[in-house]
Ligand binder design. Structure first.
Ligand SMILES: C[C@](O)(CO)[C@H](O)COP(=O)(O)OP(=O)(O)OC[C@H]1O[C@@H](n2ccc(N)nc2=O)[C@H](O)[C@@H]1O
Ligand SMILES: Nc1ncnc2c1ncn2[C@@H]1O[C@H](COP(=O)(O)OP(=O)(O)OP(=O)(O)O)[C@@H](O)[C@H]1O
Length: 284
């Protein structure tokens, strides 16, 4: 049997760091949601007890370093599954972009193999398994929109943000999440984003208030290290996006846009100097 799963990209509408923990991770408070840009994952049963990964993308690992491979191995080990699986990743989310592409592939693999092998694992259990693979994986298991705390694995679902367009642009650089967290001075954060403001704007479906409250404490770190990300953010603002923010640890910058008429102008303006630009809808 062969099954398919979609693995959408995430963006952080708010990303605050409360403190650095003794285990090295940072205690966060984030509002995360998904956008309509997704990898497609095909999973096919194999009688032979092995995991094989393939992808058209030449720039991701296809061995045990791949997060989909790790997800398949984890579920096989924990549930004592003796069958194998062939997993094809049709990558559409840019890699190492701050859009949780690998995490979403891992989450989609957990969901898919749960179905393929009739394991009847609850979403809560899949999220607990996912947390072993990465901090963003539990959110990607269920998706939607959520307030994430802890190191990102404690999730409280909330209602969807007001419907809008999302323009994403990724400069041609790779940013390491651990490097950006490592360079953040958690005690010296001067202005924390208003996660409460983002939550209330979403609850009241107030698009303008949502745009005014977007905030990410990692943005300053990445913008100082990579001036091209700052430049991209300024361009998106100049081109008229209603709210602009870097996602995760970057380098992707997203712009929220309410009027469809503006989207083409922003997209074309960015495409003039940036290859990786996408105009998508917020997933609601
Ligand atoms: C930046 C975000 O993508 C925002 O959603 C996440 O916080 C990071 O999620 P992720 O990439 O799944 O992160 P992980 O794979 O768990 O961790 C990568 C590295 O980021 C740092 N890290 C991650 C999460 C967190 N709450 N505190 C951290 O300090 C740690 O150095 C860790 O070694
Ligand atoms: N299935 C996968 N898809 C993409 N990258 C993967 C995958 N598996 C492993 N990787 C590796 O993971 C690293 C991070 O890639 P990913 O696209 O997940 O980053 P990201 O979007 O910045 O993640 P996050 O937002 O969760 O920090 C890359 O170095 C890549 O080689």
């Amino acid at each position: 049997m062969k099954i398919f799963e979609k693995a959408p990209a995430k963006i952080n509408l708010s990303l605050d760091v409360l403190h650095k923990r003794p285990d090295g991770y940072h205690e966060v408070e984030m509002v995360m949601t998904m956008v309509d840009l997704a990898d497609r994952i095909e999973m096919q049963e194999m009688a032979r007890d092995t995991i094989i990964i393939s992808s058209q993308a030449g720039y991701i690992p296809l061995d045990e370093k791949n997060l989909a491979f790790q997800a398949a191995r984890l579920i096989k080990d924990r549930y004592d599954v003796k069958q194998g699986v062939y997993i094809h990743l049709d990558k559409r989310i840019p890699v190492a972009a701050g859009l949780a592409g690998g995490s979403s592939d891992a989450a989609a693999t957990l969901r898919g193999l749960n179905r393929l092998w009739n394991l009847n694992i609850s979403n809560e259990e899949l999220q607990i398994l996912g947390a072993e693979l990465g901090s963003d994986v539990p959110f990607c298991v269920t998706g939607g929109t959520a307030l994430a705390t802890g190191r990102g694995e404690k999730l409280e679902p909330i209602s969807a943000p007001p419907q809008c367009w999302v323009v994403l642009a990724k400069p041609p650089i790779n940013v390491s999440t651990s490097e950006i967290y490592g360079k953040l001075n958690a005690r010296g954060i001067k202005q924390h984003p208003s996660t409460a403001g983002v939550l209330s704007a979403i609850r009241d479906k107030q698009f303008d208030r949502l745009c005014d409250n977007l905030g990410n404490v990692l943005e300053g770190v990445t913008l100082d290290l990579y001036p091209e990300v700052r430049h991209l953010k300024e361009c998106m603002q100049r081109l008229g996006a209603d709210g602009v923010l870097m996602s995760g640890s970057g380098p992707t910058v997203f712009g929220l846009v309410s009027k469809e008429a503006k989207v083409a102008r922003i997209y074309n303006g960015l495409r003039g100097f940036c290859k990786d630009v996408y105009a998508v809808r917020m997933l609601t």
